[in-house]
Design a protein. Structure first.
Length: 712
């Protein structure tokens, strides 16, 4: 079992060991960027916990990756295999979200961190295009060994009660230097750079200037003191252009030289050539000839108030593509929080919707539950900004608490927040909620940022409107499905029984899984399990019909399982619903300690004998119900002595992408054999836990356990 997450700062020495694992695999494979993702217990979101060779801003879109997202690391974790992308074209084709946010030429590998029972997370490595188009066998083994090395570290940390934690932001490993700096050589290199008549400067991987020589300072028209520690395009207004920032991003991600030309007012054109390295970026600055075709508009220095940086544009585009894949309201909330908090800078976020004239906190990040409780269920007529922007449809921005207090005198400063944006969520001219972004520093909200945030809320509002419709359909289908399942199981003389049903964890996976237990005589009963094809309301409705038919036919004491399936098959063929169903029936006979089994294309039952060894009961198969009205379903007799355990289940318990179904069934049989069956309810929970922890599940699960015993 994996323990609760703790802050990364409290993770102890395991944190440094994980750092060493990432540093070693990057060194041994020559990767320029490395990212480590972990899967928190009970969650379906991979969290970026460790990064090297890339800034937080560039990595921000992947701070939290849903396990079912079309992202390389998510696929690697779900499918438990290495994913390799050898070209920009392949990245764009297979993973358009990655291609949109990082439209540069590089190669990437993603691999799962897993052991025999648990998926802990994944690792992502990037290389420049000078790397061969294929991974070598040695590199694949190195990556696999890295993941094998990381898994026990994570297990040991969890077993110690101090699991490696999940901080709000990923930790960044310092840049690796190829050799130690010699002080005399460092002074000589500095003197050399200072004497050069051409401009040069150095940026770290975060884009901040760490050095500029006198010639470079003279060319850009600013002193070194005003530039050091800052991103040049944020200080020099004439450099504030998405194109220039994009060139820096390209250099960091692709590790390839690039260049751009900028105009320093009034008419000095400068060429910037960027030479990236794992430890930073060297920049060569030279004057260049003027462009006689330049227009007056080009000569004017752009203003930060009128432009959005390249990183902001990429984050907005990524959010748009991510929201297009969102299904439920909770998906929208999680995606919005996962993208906005790391990418756009707020310390906290709250998404509110309207229900019966009241505000409802639909989701939040960074706020305390106590504070959110104060505003949940507040009337829409309340004199608070979150309600006001809904009723007016006009956004409100407050750079400081003083500004907020001036507009809303009752406001109380209850946290460390220093700036706010209250944004209405509008669909087809109709406000449906509001988004609150809170910042820990005063924020002026220039026009460009206001426009970007307005675009952002438009995307969220549209996704939210679609998701609410989906949730309504989802709830209807789920209610229909669960309403057709037995609420309680009858008591059987001489048998202990336990049943479990688990809906799929995500998406519209409303399946037709069903189970039933039918008393035939005082000493006999029929156990039924089945699965109707499809994942929608039609499948759920047909499941009810099939279960009702099986129940009616099986209640006849003289009907064999094969006969019950044959009758149900003819009924289903007459209905002609266009769907098929699998089903397995076990007729239980306590007096003779036996069971009669018949199957219609259903996964095989498992039988755990009293001595512990477990068999997979591969009885003669029959066709799925609904294919051929004249299909035959053979009945097979098996011994069912006291103390044995018969396990019936649907394919959701064993099926996962990329896993052979026979291997998964054998693994399940092994877990049943190794478990302690004294308590059937506990045994059912153990089998479900094994399935849920071994890999993400995308189908419903039904499980029925039967154990005969002596006596009444």
């Amino acid at each position: 079992m994996r323990g609760p997450a703790v802050p990364a700062s409290a993770a102890g020495p395991g944190k440094e060991l994980l750092d060493a694992v990432l540093a070693d695999v990057m060194r041994d494979t020559g990767a320029s960027v490395g990212l480590v993702f972990l899967l928190p217990p009970g969650e379906r979101v991979l969290r970026l916990v460790l990064a090297s060779g890339m800034s937080r801003e560039i990595a921000a879109p992947w701070a939290r990756v849903p396990i079912d997202a079309a992202i390389p690391v998510a696929d690697a974790v779900r499918q438990r295999r290495l994913v390799w992308l050898g070209s920009q074209e392949e990245i764009a084709r297979r993973y358009p979200r990655v291609g949109i946010v990082l439209p540069y030429d590089f190669r990437v590998a993603a691999a799962p961190i897993t052991d025999d029972t648990t998926v802990w997370g994944g690792i992502v490595l990037l290389w420049p295009v000078r790397h061969p188009a294929q991974l070598s066998a040695a590199e694949q083994e190195t990556i696999t060994a890295c993941c094998r090395r990381a898994a026990p570290l994570l297990q040991q940390a969890a077993d110690s009660g101090r699991p490696l934690g999940f901080a709000d932001e990923p930790r960044l490993l310092p840049a690796l230097h190829s050799r130690e700096a010699d002080s005399a050589q460092a002074v000589a290199a500095l003197d050399c750079a200072e004497r050069l008549p051409v401009g040069c400067c150095a940026l770290d991987l975060d884009g901040r200037l760490t050095y500029i020589n006198p010639a470079g300072a003279g060319l850009v028209g600013a002193g070194a003191a005003s530039l050091l520690g800052k991103r040049p395009w944020e200080v020099l207004l004439w450099l504030y252009d998405p194109v220039f920032e994009d060139r820096y991003r390209e250099a960091v991600v692709s590790r390839q030289p690039t260049s751009f030309t900028a105009r320093r007012p009034p008419d000095i054109r400068l060429s910037f050539q960027l030479y990236p390295h794992d430890s930073g970026i060297s920049v060569h600055i030279t004057p260049t000839a003027g462009d006689p075709t330049a227009t007056a508009a080009e000569a004017a220095a752009p203003s930060p108030a009128g432009l959005v940086g390249a990183t902001g544009l990429y984050h907005l585009t990524h959010l748009a593509t991510a929201l297009a894949e969102a299904v439920s309201v909770q998906d929208v909330v999680e995606l919005a929080a996962d993208q906005i908090v790391p990418a756009f800078g707020p310390k906290a976020l709250a998404l509110l919707t309207v229900n019966d004239g009241r505000l409802r906190i639909t989701g939040y990040r960074g706020y305390s539950p106590e504070l959110m409780d104060c505003f949940d269920a507040a009337p829409l007529t309340s004199d608070i900004p979150a309600a006001h922007v809904i009723t007016t449809g006009v956004a409100s921005f407050f750079a400081t608490f003083t500004d907020l207090k001036r507009a809303y005198p009752p406001a109380v400063h209850q946290d460390e927040i220093a700036g706010w944006a209250f944004l209405p969520l509008i669909v087809s001219g109709r406000p449906v909620g509001s988004l609150v972004l809170a910042y820990d520093q005063p924020r002026p909200f220039p026009p460009a940022e206001r426009a970007m945030l307005t675009s952002l809320t438009g995307l969220i509002a549209q996704a939210l409107d679609r998701a609410r419709l989906y949730d309504a359909n989802h709830t209807l289908a789920r209610t229909l499905q669960t309403g057709l399942l037995p609420h309680t199981l009858p008591r059987l003389t001489g048998f202990d029984v336990a049943a479990r049903y688990r809906p799929a964890g995500h998406g519209m996976d409303i399946g037709g899984d069903f189970y039933d237990l039918i008393v035939c005589t005082p000493t006999t009963a029929a156990a039924v399990i089945g699965d109707v094809q499809g994942h929608n309301t039609t499948a759920a409705a047909l499941m009810g019909q099939v279960r009702t038919a099986v129940h009616a036919y099986a209640a006849t004491a003289s009907a064999s399982p094969g006969a019950v399936l044959a009758c149900t098959n003819r009924l289903l063929a007459d209905l002609d619903p266009g769907l098929f169903a699998s089903c397995l029936i076990a007729h239980l006979d306590h007096t003779h300690h036996r069971a009669l089994l018949a199957t219609a294309g259903h996964p095989p039952a498992l039988l755990r004998h009293p001595d512990g060894h477990t068999d997979i009961l591969r009885v003669p198969p029959g066709l799925l119900l609904g294919i051929d009205p004249d299909a035959d379903y053979p009945t097979t007799e098996i011994p069912l002595p006291p103390g044995a355990v018969l396990a019936l289940y649907t394919d959701g318990l064993v099926e996962t992408p990329g896993t052979d179904i026979d291997d998964a069934t054998n693994t399940l049989a092994g877990h049943l054999a190794a478990a302690e069956p004294e308590n059937l309810d506990a045994l059912a929970d153990v089998l479900l836990h094994h399935a849920e922890q071994s890999a993400p599940r995308y189908d419903d699960i039904a499980l029925l356990l039967i154990r005969p015993h002596d006596g009444p």
